[in-house]
Design a protein around this ligand. Structure first.
Ligand SMILES: Cc1ncc(COP(=O)(O)O)c(C=O)c1O
Length: 406
């Protein structure tokens, strides 16, 4: 029998999210209720004016083959947005419209990584990253812890740069970063990004900057794009998506901004031969999203922050489930070392599911995160508050082996 493509180890599909969702469904089928804190999908509808723009564009006949790079009008709109909001100066030919952020990352890794290359991935990291790297000609990835320290404020100035220098290997081609971060909610400071930028320039590395949550920051924190630092635009592929900012997950709309050296590669080659571009009416709707009123974005941001506050308040005053304050995205990453008490993290996830609270094990975001779980705030505020109440009562009642302070 010919060798099946799925025989290659890196193509084995494992999905912790799929496992938790399946287990939650089994419970729901028995009539029991589940509070869904495992999913990372906005629970809001797409703003009405964006939906209307799609309908109008489709009625006007924007239904034919697209330019694989994206329409010039949309790319021009994004050039203006990138300069205004991200401090990135580029030209329409540097922007490629993609089928969501995932596709933009796929194109970035395809263009930058080859066999034997390695990508240094700051961790914990979004669970799709290892697969997207492996699909890039079998390239490898290695992780370097960053976000938990950033979130807990335990990184001294210069520490991130020296950690990076220590982690780089001769085969390292680039660094992947993601701020605000999924799953921790950490936001990298301007100083931390400056350190990453300095090492990238010093060692002549690519940077892939995943800015999927660029509009979801709390407590006055500001988003900074690493490509805006001197010397970075020529070595950074910045990735953006409409999924989170505008609650447009199903529309599959995102974009990559890349240096001029990649102009012939990303749009005309990789986008053309993977998807042949994005439905033109969806692009017009995306243009309406960027040019139109932004109050829906702000309403959603506030809602996530309010839910974050509810979760933190609901779990305050106990130290069994310790939640460092997320400053962005819509997740809380909770330390459960004390309640895991040496068990497999899945035992704890199942125990909580039996209480009706679905969360994702931290191991979904790197095997070293076995003392953590991710709780999504992209669910109703009542459910977030109820989940916190249930967990608080549960840990108060349960005997524990050891308690970590904080
Ligand atoms: C960090 C991060 N990057 C990129 C994406 C890609 O999102 P999409 O493909 O829906 O644009 C996600 C989605 O969850 C994410 O969490």
């Amino acid at each position: 029998m010919p060798r099946l493509i799925a025989d290659r180890p890196f193509l084995k599909l494992t999905s912790e999210l799929g496992q938790v969702m399946a287990a939650a469904r089994v419970r729901e089928q028995t009539g029991a209720r589940v509070l869904h804190l495992e999913r990372g999908e906005p629970d809001f509808g797409t703003p009405a004016h964006i939906v209307e723009a799609l309908a109008a564009a489709a009625r006007a006949g924007e239904t034919h083959y697209p330019d694989a790079r994206g329409s010039l009008a949309f790319r021009q709109t994004l050039v203006e947005k990138l300069e205004r909001e991200n401090g990135i100066r580029c030209e329409p030919d540097d922007v490629t419209i993609t089928q969501g952020g995932t596709h933009a990352l796929f194109l970035a890794f395809q263009s930058l990584l080859g066999p034997g290359d390695e990508l240094l991935v700051l961790s914990p990291h979004w669970m799709a990253i290892p697969k997207l790297v492996s699909l890039s000609h079998g390239a490898r990835y290695r992780t370097m812890p960053a976000y938990l320290d950033a979130m807990e404020g335990t990184l001294a100035p210069g520490a991130l740069a020296s950690r990076l220098r220590g982690a780089l290997a001769p085969e390292t081609r680039g660094i992947y970063l993601n701020t605000p971060n999924n799953p921790t909610g950490a936001v990298l400071s301007r100083e931390a990004l400056a350190e990453i930028a300095a090492v990238a320039v010093e060692r002549d590395l690519w940077v892939v900057s995943d800015e999927a949550y660029e509009h979801l920051l709390f407590d006055g924190y500001r988003h900074v794009s690493v490509a805006s630092f001197p010397g970075m635009a020529e070595r950074t592929v910045s990735v953006f998506t409409f999924s989170k900012s505008y609650a447009m997950t199903g529309w599959r709309l995102g974009y990559a901004v890349s240096p001029p050296a990649l102009r012939p590669v990303l749009g005309p080659l990789l986008s053309f031969y993977t998807t042949h571009g994005v439905f033109p009416s969806v692009q017009s709707a995306g243009r309406a999203a960027v040019k139109g009123p932004q109050d829906a974005v702000e309403t959603m941001r506030r809602a996530y922050q309010e839910r974050r506050d509810l979760l933190l308040a609901g779990l305050s005053g106990q130290d069994a489930v310790r939640v460092p304050t997320p400053r962005g995205a819509f997740y809380a990453f909770a330390n459960v070392e004390a309640v895991r008490a040496g068990r497999d993290i899945w035992d704890l996830v199942r125990e909580w599911l039996d209480l009706g609270v679905a969360v994702l094990p931290g191991t979904a975001f790197g095997p070293e995160n076995r003392d953590w779980v991710r709780m999504s705030l992209a669910t109703r505020r009542e459910d977030v508050a109820e989940a916190a109440r249930i967990l608080r009562a549960h840990v108060a009642a349960a005997p524990r082996a050891g308690v970590r302070a904080g």
